[in-house]
Design a protein around this ligand. Structure first.
Ligand SMILES: N[C@H](CCC[C@H](N)C(=O)O)C(=O)O
Length: 250
């Protein structure tokens, strides 16, 4: 099977397309393993669909399936366009719902699924958190310095709330920095799209940022998010790292 490795602002994925749906969680664990596999935060398998350009299955590095992945949606859109599976503007289906994406060279914009604020004012470890669903669940707290990011705290909260855990800093009304501990990777990642979107939602709801904002994850790469009605449009660069062929992958 031909496999393609992408980095979407530092969040990295292995992608291929297939014709039959199956449980690929073991394949995900093997391919995403950074010592004995190719190494990635997740595996994305594109499958045919009679109404959408494609449907995907998204697996975290530990083999768990997730409903959505913001950075993965940008990589999948670029992959689909480059392999002629879709045009520059496309609609594809995830477990979280329909995603519209558009590709312009190596810049891809995804319209995320409508966000849901699940819980506000959660008090944990001396901080105030919100639980926000931006396709997958995210805990968000806003700090005055990202050095307060605490992986042990994040791990405990990930278990307690079965959610990704985000620390955000508001540099200005147009600039948010984010660090994310990702469920299913079970570590901090260099970027997390739905996590950055969740941080934007909390900052927006609290009137602390503009409608259109730049986002800076751990990788330092610049992304942008804007809100139109309740829709979030998330944009950034993707990089095709390499293609390879591996026997025995279905
Ligand atoms: N780890 C997440 C899925 C991937 C989200 C992230 N990579 C993104 O870009 O949104 C979860 O299991 O909820």
């Amino acid at each position: 099977m031909q496999l393609v490795k992408y980095s979407a602002s530092g969040n990295d994925f292995i992608l291929y397309h297939a014709f039959t749906k199956r449980d690929r969680s073991q394949i995900a664990r093997e391919l995403c393993n950074r010592h004995e596999g190719i190494g990635a935060d997740g595996l994305i398998v594109l499958l045919p669909h009679n109404e959408y350009d494609f449907v995907w299955d998204f697996y975290n590095a530990d083999g768990s399936e997730a409903a959505m992945c913001g950075n993965g949606s940008r990589a999948a859109a670029h992959y689909a366009y480059s392999f002629g599976l879709a045009g520059k503007k496309m609609r594809f289906l995830t477990l979280a719902g329909e995603i519209e994406a558009s590709v312009e060279d190596d810049i891809v914009e995804s319209q995320l699924t409508p966000y849901k604020i699940l819980q506000r004012d959660i008090e944990e470890f001396g901080r105030e958190w919100w639980l926000i669903d931006t396709g997958v669940p995210h805990l968000v707290t806003i700090v005055d310095d990202l050095k307060h990011f605490d992986k042990d705290v994040a791990r405990k909260l990930r278990e307690k709330y079965n959610a990704n855990v985000n620390y955000a800093i508001i540099h200005s009304p147009k600039k948010i920095g984010v660090r994310t501990y990702e469920r299913g990777v079970e570590d901090e990642t260099l970027a997390c799209g739905t996590g950055m979107a969740a941080c934007y939602v909390k900052a927006q709801q609290e009137g602390r940022v503009d409608k259109s904002v730049n986002l800076y994850p751990k990788s330092g790469e610049e992304l942008a998010i804007r809100q139109e009605d309740k829709n979030l449009f998330f944009k950034g660069r993707v990089k095709k790292i390499f293609e390879t062929f591996k026997e025995g992958i279905v």
